[in-house]
Design a protein around this ligand. Structure first.
Ligand code: COA
Length: 329
């Protein structure tokens, strides 16, 4: 009771859409946490969502009585579980803000659905700890949360001279993505390839267009592998790369001095074409492409995706960091 009173005074919170100024305050907060922790606390999708006022997104901001933004949590209820990303300013930690923000997020996620729509409230909350640093572990322990999902960040050095793009096998042709004409076919193959993935498989046309509008988007680094005998059919597989030296997301974590990271951003093979070495081929294509601009190749992969992990380990990748999703036991 006493603790609750203290927290109400210590952490006024606002729930609702963010205007431009509030969005910038959250970006500044995330940058301060990244400078302090060495890992960005908010990943790409929540940053893209800062200006979003969708039914399934909730923004919660904690501030001081004078109005400075010192904590933020974003809850995304569009998936089967609700996903949250949470950050407290390094100068304001161990003062109960994290606890208040997490409780607010849990209430938002788990409240029985009012609309009756699937994809809304009434869901388990899962909160990301990027880098899974000690404060996040201690915080999770204190709040009775346990790890439920691991996302691995893998890296390998790139040497332009040593890398040549492998040729596609007979029956397939490699070409680059055409923004617009290829959008729908790519969304279909992405949904099939990532049918079991909690986020990637749900990408919408709006999500794709938002990425196409980002300064890092480069169709020359987005490859489609198409069946040679059916040029109008959906792609059999695809590889999307991303080079963003100034990027605010986790792509630069663990970066060694002077290294430029190039990311194997998404690699997907249609289930009808799996088991033919296309993942391995596209990994090689990606490495050769990235080696032109980057000195280190990086990627994210689910900790329980054994086939993908094996492909990447064979291609020389090793674990550089881990991101953990926590949920209530
Ligand atoms: C994790 C984080 C959100 C905690 O925010 P916070 O405002 O400091 O958390 P609280 O003050 O509400 O802490 C609640 C309890 O968590 C535990 N805890 C918090 N930070 C801890 C730390 N550095 N080491 C050990 N335990 C810690 C403590 O038991 C604490 O209670 P106490 O201070 O009374 O002992 C903050 O450190 C942060 O922003 N980290 C970077 C982003 C991140 O990792 N987010 C994911 C969280 S799962």
């Amino acid at each position: 009771m006493q603790e609750d009173r203290k927290m109400r005074i210590a952490a006024p919170i606002d729930i609702g859409p963010l205007d431009t100024e509030a969005q910038q305050a959250v970006r500044d907060l995330a940058a301060a946490a990244e400078a302090h922790d060495g890992v960005a606390p908010l990943s790409e999708q929540p940053l893209l969502n800062l200006g979003t006022d969708a039914e399934w997104i909730t923004h919660v901001v904690a501030h001081t009585t004078s109005g400075s933004t010192i904590g933020y949590v974003q809850i995304d209820r569009s998936g089967e579980t609700a996903s949250a990303e949470l950050v407290v300013h390094p100068d304001h930690r161990r003062n109960g803000r994290g606890r208040v923000l997490l409780r607010t997020a849990e209430r938002d996620a788990t409240l029985p659905s009012r609309s009756g729509e699937p994809g809304q409230h009434g869901k388990q909350l899962r909160v990301w700890a990027h880098g899974d640093l000690e404060p996040a572990r201690g915080f999770a322990r204190a709040l009775g949360l346990r790890p439920v999902r691991e996302l691995l960040f893998l890296a390998r050095p790139l040497d332009a001279a040593a890398l040549r793009a492998p040729e596609p096998p007979a029956g397939y042709r490699l070409r680059t993505f055409r923004p617009g004409p290829d959008d729908d076919a790519w969304l279909r193959v992405n949904a099939r390839a990532f049918a079991a993935h909690p986020e990637q498989g749900r990408m919408t046309l709006d999500d794709l267009r938002a990425r196409q509008a980002e300064p890092w988007f480069d169709p020359e680094g987005f490859f489609l592998l198409v069946p040679e005998d059916a040029p109008d059919a959906d792609p059999a597989a695809f590889l999307w790369t991303k080079v963003d030296p100034s990027g605010p997301d986790g792509a630069r974590e663990g970066e060694t001095d002077g290294a430029i990271d190039g990311e194997i951003y998404v690699l997907g093979v249609d289930p009808d074409h799996q088991g033919r070495g296309l993942g391995r081929l596209l990994t090689g294509v990606g490495l050769a492409h990235l080696a032109r601009a980057a000195t280190r190749a990086v990627l994210y992969v689910e900790g329980d995706n054994a086939p993908a992990l094996a492909t990447y380990e064979r291609a020389g990748f090793a674990r550089a960091a881990v991101h953990v999703q926590y949920a209530r036991a």
